[in-house]
Structure formats: C-alpha cells, structure tokens
Design a protein around this ligand. Structure first.
Ligand code: ATP
Ligand code: MG
Length: 366
C-alpha cells in the first residue's frame, strides 16, 4: 500500500506581527487519527499556530500542507476543519440542534440527511434528548459538548481545539478531558488541541509539542516528555519541579557534580559539561524522599537537611515545601503519596531530604 502523507505538515512556518515573532520556524507533522497537544504558557504562540492551520491567519514564511497539499490559497471554509474556540462561539439564540445543523447547511449537505446527522452527533456527545434546549438552558459542560458536536457534524478531516475547557471548573474540566478522549477514540478524528494545562496535555494526547516564545522546545509522546525533558524549560513546565543553580566542579561519565551555594550536588547530565560551567539542576517532587530529622538515608546520593516551610494537603498526597540552608533560598518540593500512613511533617519541623543522582537532571544555564 502506498504511504499516505501526514494529515498536517508544517515546514519552517513563522508568523510575524510587525517586528514581533509570534511563531518562530515551526516544524512538525501529524499522522492521521492521532491527537497532538500544543502546550505552552500564555502568549507563546499557540492560538496563532492554530489560526494559521485553520486558515484565519497566513504564515509570514514557510508552508502548511494538509493531506500533502499546500493550503496557502485555500480559504478557511474550504479546509475540512472543525474548530472549537476558547469561548465556544455558540449561537446563543439557537437551540443545541440548530447549532449543530449550522455547519451542515453552510456546507450544503442534502437537507434530508441533516436531522439524522444532528441526532447522531448529539448522541456521540451524550446530549440525546437535548436537541431543543437553547444554549442558555444548558450547563457549561453541556454547552461544551454542543460545541464539539457542531465541530464534528460535517465529518472534518481535522479537529482544532483552542483551550475550550479553560473556562470550566477543575472537576468538570477533568471529566471533559476524558470525554474528549472517548469521543476522539470513537470517531478517530485527527485532533490538534491547545492548552497551557499540563495535566490536560498528558491525559489527552498521543503527542505533545511544548512551545515557549514562539519556538517549539520539544515534541514527544507524554511519557517520554515527562521522563526525558530535553531542556530546562520543558523540565520546569511539566510536573512539580525544583530548580537549583550552580557551577560544575567535576564530571565523570554522565554524572556531574556541581556547587550550589554551600553544598555540592550530584546529578545526571544529558550533555557534556566543562568544569566551571554554569548549570541548572531539576528534580521532580516525586523523586525526593522526606525523612524525620537525624535520619541517615542509605543508598541515596544526595542528602540534605532542611526545614518544612509549607505543608499542603491535597487528600491523595501531601506537598511539602522545604527550605535547605545549604541551598540558599531555593525551596525543594516533595510529594508524599501516602499521607494516610506516613509520618506527617509540620511547618517548622526539621527534616532530611534525599534523592538519587539519576533523578536530578542537569542542563546548561539558559
Ligand atoms: N493580531 C496580532 N497582532 C499583534 N500581535 C499579536 C496578534 N495576535 C497575537 N499577537 C501576539 O503574539 C503572541 C502570541 O499570541 P497567541 O495568541 O498565539 O498566544 P497563546 O499562546 O495562544 O496565548 P494564550 O495562552 O494566552 O491564549 C502574543 O504575544 C500576542 O500578543
Ligand atoms: Mg491562545
């Protein structure tokens, strides 16, 4: 069988607004049927990237291909793309059913096919029986589902989601993340989702692209991205990560020793470092162990004394923030995943922290 081209392909795509570079030389391709999430902080260029793919904005340079064809000359309504916007952009005076009907009429679907399609897509998003409700008679999560049904009803090649969940409360947002995943898997529509919520990216995606300042920092599947962040930005953006800065005093193989304030830490180096070089270390909260004071943890490579400065109980876990005098002012975050059975450390308690070399990732200073 002939290899089909990627559904979406960006080649050296940049977008400038005047002298400002909103998207800086983006390259990626997306296979048919997969879910890609673009993750990054506010203002990093996510919406701009999505709007270029949808055709509302054209690249300053580079090329976008859909199904292997350059789309520069194709207007948005001719691209087979369903889009759910951050504010949903539903028609408030219409019913749920009329909202879902709208794109079908626009695209001149045969009128006799429309009622069945509307029923079908309202069913897929679990709104059977809500067809005649007006938008303001629906809950936030139900409105969300109408927007998805409307974006999917004409069977687009590509679904674009621009933070459609950001307005929802945490619980509903987490439910809708799983709901999206379910709908996507049922329909198999290729999807690009934009978010600044790391959990949403990890839950919903086959592939994640992390962006900062218009540039792609890393592209990987969720587990690889979490395990092997390729630079300090990605390491600090995903997970709860403590950051320590220092100067290299010795290297041996992949192990690097560096001086932080009045102590020496030992970390895992992804690249080669010179003695005297400035580096940053990143350690995830779940890799740090917390012990009562005076404990001498065996078989741990880095052991530090500290004082609990915050204790945040989240039910299924405890988050400690610990101030270690030998690290200066930098706090270290620690998760305890079994606060029901483990010793609790209170604010002001002296504790001992420990972790392993392999878990302290060391990067060149930005
Ligand atoms: N039409 C425009 N004219 C000038 N600057 C723009 C325009 N659109 C976006 N920008 C700038 O480009 C940058 C990227 O904007 P964009 O909307 O893509 O960010 P974003 O990653 O979607 O952010 P958020 O998470 O806040 O939605 C921002 O600094 C923004 O101010
Ligand atoms: Mg945006």
């Amino acid at each position: 069988m002939e290899n089909s081209p990627p559904l979406v392909e960006l080649i050296d795509v940049s977008k400038r607004f005047g002298r400002f570079i909103a998207v800086d030389n983006a390259n990626f391709s997306l296979a048919k049927g997969s879910v890609l999430t673009i993750l990054g902080p506010s203002g990093c260029g996510k919406t701009t990237l999505l709007r270029m793919i949808a055709g509302f904005e054209s690249p300053t340079s580079g090329e976008i291909r859909i199904n292997g064809e350059p789309v520069q000359a194709v207007p948005p309504y001719r691209r087979s793309i369903g889009m759910v916007f951050q504010n949903l952009a539903l028609f408030p005076h219409m019913t749920a059913g009329e909202n879902v009907t709208y794109p079908l009429k626009m695209r001149r679907f045969p009128p006799q096919d429309i009622p069945e399609l509307v029923e079908r897509y309202l069913g897929i998003v679990r709104l059977t029986g809500m067809k005649d409700r007006r938008i303001h008679e629906l809950s936030g999560g139900q409105q969300q589902r109408v927007a998805i049904a409307r974006a999917l009803s004409f069977n687009p090649d590509l679904l674009l989601l621009d933070e459609p969940l950001s307005a929802l409360d945490k619980k509903l947002r987490e439910e809708m993340q799983l709901e999206f995943r379910r709908i996507q898997q049922k329909i198999g529509v290729t999807t690009i989702n934009v978010t600044h919520d790391q959990r949403e990216a990890l839950v919903m995606s086959d592939e994640i692209i992390v962006m900062a300042d218009g540039a792609i920092q890393q592209s990987a599947d969720p587990v690889s991205l979490y395990r092997h962040p390729s630079n300090m930005f990605v390491a600090s953006f995903i997970g709860l990560t403590s950051l320590v800065k220092g100067t290299v005093v010795q290297t041996e193989g992949t192990t690097v020793e560096f001086n932080v304030d009045s102590t020496i830490l030992c970390g895992n180096a992804g690249s080669r470092f010179e003695v005297g070089q400035s580096v940053e270390g990143a350690i995830r909260a779940e890799q740090v162990r917390i012990h009562p004071e005076q404990t001498r943890p065996e078989e741990m490579d880095n052991v530090l004394e500290g004082v609990v400065s915050e204790q945040i109980f989240e039910g299924d876990r405890m988050v400690y923030q610990v101030q270690c005098p030998s690290l200066g002012s930098t706090p270290i975050f620690v998760f305890d995943h079994d606060p029901t059975h483990h010793v609790l450390h209170r604010k002001g308690d002296s504790v001992v922290l420990s972790w392993n070399v392999r878990d302290l990732l060391v990067y060149p200073c930005r």
